[in-house]
Design a protein around this ligand. Structure first.
Ligand SMILES: [Zn+2]
Length: 422
């Protein structure tokens, strides 16, 4: 049993923080939460002084791709248990308590890793997603998708997949700038209908407003990206109002070069150098400087994306944290991107408190992780201890002092030694 005293406590539900808090963790759960002085130290309890620190719930990243990226390489040859476990450690290091592998799993390995729940970040998986043949995720992940051409086959493949109990089912409805065929509406209607008949929700990769609308009419449960081709309009908002549980994860990280328009200051922060090799830092830094003046079309597209996030937020639509890390645009910046995504949400007009709610409570609801998403009695003790208050400046979310997972502290120093040798 441990008593943590003195921290500012951000619950994760948008309520004002509890100043000078005290909370008790027993085993892996929060068992008491209150103010310092109100909670007596139970006999035999350890006591940890967190005066001056801020405590908040661990984050949840509902859109990642694991197994393909390892250092600077990006290949299906990397797809091993060791690669995925190392990646999960990177999330845990950054205070991410759970991730959803968004439909680029290969074979049974994702389900085996999910079953062998270990300490650190939880691994949820959509297994393999659905697209027209050879028209799903970007290369080298493309062959992981199930290609479908008939409704009968699509329904049969959904039934086979649901036997493995995927946490969600993923579909790709995107022509990739006219290079592939989008999943046809009769096929995705069959997939959504069959998935729902088996109690599984469906999340769509989209880019276009028209596709988002048609998918809503077909009963889609959520979106892995925000509309990017046009401004969100009243018709979409009306469709969303009728379906208040439908969610969007923003994946703003994927558009980081056009959003920042130059090298962001955090590249030079010690935090980045503790996580990435010098070569990876250089490559990340160069990716920003080479696009110091992104093409007007890219800039316009990024501005539209930020506007659309703001519109959805103002309309009260459920927004969750997703980064696409490990995929084509996300790069190998596992964990780091999840933290930066909150800064990008704030650039889109969310308040820091709203960004935190999106990354904690909302993402936990999206993934149906009832034990996560808030600092509350009975929830799993997964939390971040920060040196400064992220409600004042969302950049403070990167000033991590320690991370707890299921009541135990993550040994971040050991992980740092593994990755960068110090
Ligand atoms: Zn993705």
């Amino acid at each position: 049993m441990t008593l943590f005293e003195g921290a500012r406590l951000i619950v994760g539900d948008g309520t004002p923080p509890i100043e000078n808090s005290a909370f008790i963790v027993q085993g892996n759960l929060f068992t008491r939460i209150g103010r310092k002085g109100d909670l007596r130290t139970p006999a035999g309890a350890r006591r940890i002084d967190l005066t001056g620190k801020t405590v908040m719930p661990a984050l949840i990243d509902a859109h990642v791709h694991l197994g393909y990226r390892k250092g600077l390489s990006f290949s299906a040859d990397n797809y091993t248990r060791a690669t995925i476990l190392d990646t999960l450690d990177r999330f845990a290091y950054c205070g991410v308590a759970a991730v959803l592998e968004a439909g680029t799993g290969r074979g049974d390995l994702p389900f085996e890793i999910r079953r062998d729940a270990r300490a650190g970040a939880r691994y949820l998986t959509a297994g393999q997603g659905f697209a027209m043949p050879n028209a799903g995720p970007g290369v080298p992940m493309r062959d992981s998708a199930i290609g479908v051409t008939s409704e009968t086959q699509a329904r049969e493949d959904v039934r086979t997949l649901t036997q493995k109990h995927p946490d969600l089912i993923k579909i790709w409805v995107d022509d990739r700038n006219g290079t592939v065929e989008k999943l046809r509406p009769p096929l995705y209607r069959a997939i959504i209908d069959e998935a729902h008949a088996h109690g599984v929700r469906v999340m769509a990769h989209i880019a276009a407003l028209a596709d988002a609308k048609e998918l809503l009419r077909a009963g889609i449960d959520g979106f892995g990206h925000v509309v990017r081709d046009r401004d969100v309009d009243d018709e979409l908002l009306a469709l969303l109002k009728a379906r208040p549980k439908v969610f969007f994860v923003e994946t703003l990280w994927g558009e980081r070069q056009a959003i920042y328009q130059g090298k962001p200051g955090w590249i030079d922060a010690p935090f980045v150098h503790d996580l990435l090799s010098p070569e990876e830092v250089t490559s990340l830094a160069e990716s920003f400087s080479s696009t110091a003046s992104p093409a007007p079309a890219q800039r316009e597209s990024a501005q539209r994306l930020l506007r659309n996030v703001a519109t959805l937020n103002a309309a009260g639509v459920v927004l969750g944290l997703g980064t696409d890390t490990g995929g084509v645009t996300g790069g190998q910046y596992f964990g780091l991107a999840s933290l930066i995504e909150l800064e990008l949400m704030v650039k889109a007009g969310l308040t820091p408190a709203q960004a935190i709610v999106a990354a904690t409570r909302n993402s936990a609801e999206i993934l149906r992780l009832q034990e996560l998403g808030a600092l509350a009695v009975g929830k799993s003790a997964d939390f971040l201890v920060l040196d400064a208050n992220p409600l004042d400046d969302i950049a403070n979310i990167r000033r991590i002092s320690s991370v707890y997972s299921r009541g135990g502290e993550i040994n971040r120093a050991a992980l740092r030694r593994r990755w960068v040798g110090r």
